[in-house]
Ligand binder design. Structure first.
Ligand SMILES: [Cu+2]
Length: 187
């Protein structure tokens, strides 16, 4: 479990930044400000997981999982080990189309910290064990250069208004099988 330490720290920092109460034991308030503005986005991608708080927090530290999901930590690791992916941790939908000039957003509906990181090519992230189990040994350079604000706590949001037509790739730099493409259509 030692290899999870860096991401535990990142998760804890992000959770503290969001939880204004600072106790860490109270449910996070529903996102009002940032999430509310998502209604103005042309398209929205939901960042989802199903972490079971009792087992994830026991394995990775208090505050790692802040919502009630159905997948225990043991099952999470077992599924990844056998299939290299776990469908309950995903970007949904995993592909959207927008017109040039339109905005889009992503919102973390899960119980764990995730990132929604644009990458040139999909690759591994910041947790070596998860990279290994999911078969993403080559780390995406963008994931190696994350800033604190790139970690989206539950309820956290991402927005962008692409300035060129084309296809953009996004992935979670913690769970590198979580991926989405955004196709921007020109005039
Ligand atoms: Cu993730």
């Amino acid at each position: 479990m030692r290899r999870f330490t860096p991401i535990i720290a990142a998760a804890a920092i992000a959770a503290i930044q969001v939880a204004c109460s600072g106790t860490g034991s109270e449910p996070l308030a529903p996102p009002t400000g940032p999430a509310a503005s998502l209604t103005g986005d042309a398209r929205r991608i939901e960042i989802r997981d199903q972490c079971d708080p009792a087992t994830f927090n026991a394995a990775l530290g208090a505050g790692t999982c802040t919502r009630q999901g159905s997948v225990t930590f043991a099952r999470f690791i077992d599924r990844l080990t056998r299939t290299r992916t776990i469908n309950d941790w995903k970007f949904a939908p995993n592909a959207i189309d927008i017109q040039l000039g339109q905005s889009f957003g992503a919102v973390n509906r899960g119980g764990e910290v995730h990132t929604f990181t644009e990458v040139e090519e999909f690759g591994g992230g910041v947790v070596p064990l998860l990279n290994h189990l999911s078969g993403n040994e080559h780390v995406a350079p963008e994931c190696a250069a994350l800033k604190p604000e790139d970690f989206l706590a539950p309820g956290g949001t991402f927005h962008d208004t692409p300035d060129a037509a084309g296809t953009e790739k996004y992935q979670c730099c913690i769970h590198p099988w979580m991926r989405a493409t955004v196709t921007i259509h020109g005039a």
